[in-house]
Design a binder for this molecule. Structure first.
Ligand SMILES: C[S@@+](CC[C@H](N)C(=O)[O-])C[C@H]1O[C@@H](n2cnc3c(N)ncnc32)[C@H](O)[C@@H]1O
Length: 316
């Protein structure tokens, strides 16, 4: 199949082998939390909607909401799927703080499939917009004490983030190096990070997301990390992360101080685990498969452990 916008062979691999097993596994384990609802950035063609809803029946169309900032894309989606698909036009950051959108929460899975960088800030602010968007979303989910999966994808090409944004990255690298003794990201940043920016962010971003989860009393685990290059060149590298948020149901008699303290050890443990997770290189994995070399037993075993309810045949 030819390369199309948001539908390269690598992107299709992500949907089929990275997102789908996580969704199926989570759905199996949360079968009593019905309906199984999905919030996504679907793009003009809604390929993920098509794949998860029509091909694999993970979600029913009426249980899917789309946030789309581009007017033309929103119109294209409505004309393709009809009014059963709920499409809300607007910037996710703004939508995440409206009462109207809050009323549609909770969701079982939320797919923030961005096209740009995570740290493309023009001006300094307390937290990058995308992290604040994740905070808003986690807060909505917390109101409903609802477990969920977060699928996160963004551009990690070397020049995608601004200098202001990169100052956050440097601070995070320093923090991860001093707190966990993991100096890999800091080392890569001080060398030529043009070749390693995707790896750097794959080390740093999970720690930040896990902190947001912990602060909202969710035990938050990074389940997987993958990077793909839709044009086969390093200058367009998309990093994909999957997180599972499990609400920790803190005792109501405890003050917020004790709740925070309670989560501290869990958060730290999950951050350490995320640093140990391997980053799957999708282009390399596909190349190996095309050449007929089988995927290592170790990689298969790791996938089975992550997504136990998924048949191992569908993996890699
Ligand atoms: C990569 S595409 C989605 C592809 C789709 N998830 C799939 O699997 O085929 C991203 C879409 O989200 C929209 N988008 C990106 N950032 C957004 C934001 N901050 N708020 C709302 N929509 C956004 C873009 O306009 C684009 O249509």
């Amino acid at each position: 199949m030819a390369r199309e916008l948001f539908n390269s062979p690598e992107k299709r691999w992500i949907r089929e082998h990275f997102w789908l097993p996580a969704l199926l596994d989570f759905k199996t384990r949360s079968q009593f939390d019905l309906p199984f609802k999905y919030l996504t950035f679907a793009g003009p063609e809604g390929r993920d909607v098509e794949f998860f809803c029509k091909t694999h029946s993970v979600f029913a169309l009426q249980n899917i909401s789309v946030w789309e900032k581009n007017d033309e894309n929103a119109k294209a989606l409505i004309s393709k799927f009809g009014l059963e698909l709920r499409v809300k036009q607007g910037e996710a950051f703004d939508l995440s703080s409206t009462d109207r959108e809050a009323s549609f929460f909770p969701y079982s899975a939320i797919n923030l499939d961005f096209t740009n960088g995570f740290f493309n800030l023009k001006k300094n602010r307390i937290s990058p917009h995308k992290l604040e968007l994740i905070q808003n979303i986690v807060e909505h989910q917390q109101h409903h004490a609802s477990n969920f999966l977060l699928l996160l994808a963004f551009n990690t090409s070397p020049d995608v983030d601004t200098a202001t944004g990169k100052s956050f990255v440097h601070k995070m690298a320093f923090d991860v190096a001093t707190r966990f003794g993991s100096t890999r990201a800091l080392f890569n940043l001080t060398r030529n990070s043009n070749k390693t920016y995707d790896k750097v962010l794959s080390d740093l971003l999970p720690a930040a997301v896990i902190t947001v989860g912990g602060e909202h009393t969710f035990d938050t685990r990074c389940l997987g990390k993958a990077v793909y290059r839709p044009y086969g060149v390093r200058k367009s590298a998309m990093l994909c992360l999957v997180f599972e948020f499990v609400y920790d149901n803190p005792p109501l008699s405890q003050s917020s101080f004790f709740r925070a303290q309670r989560m501290e050890d869990t958060t730290r443990k999950r951050q350490e685990e995320s640093l140990a997770l391997e980053l799957i290189d999708v282009n390399q994995t596909r190349r190996i498969k095309r050449k007929g070399i089988s995927i290592s037993k170790h990689a298969r075993a790791r996938y089975r452990k992550l997504f136990p309810s998924t048949s191992s045949k569908s993996i890699l």
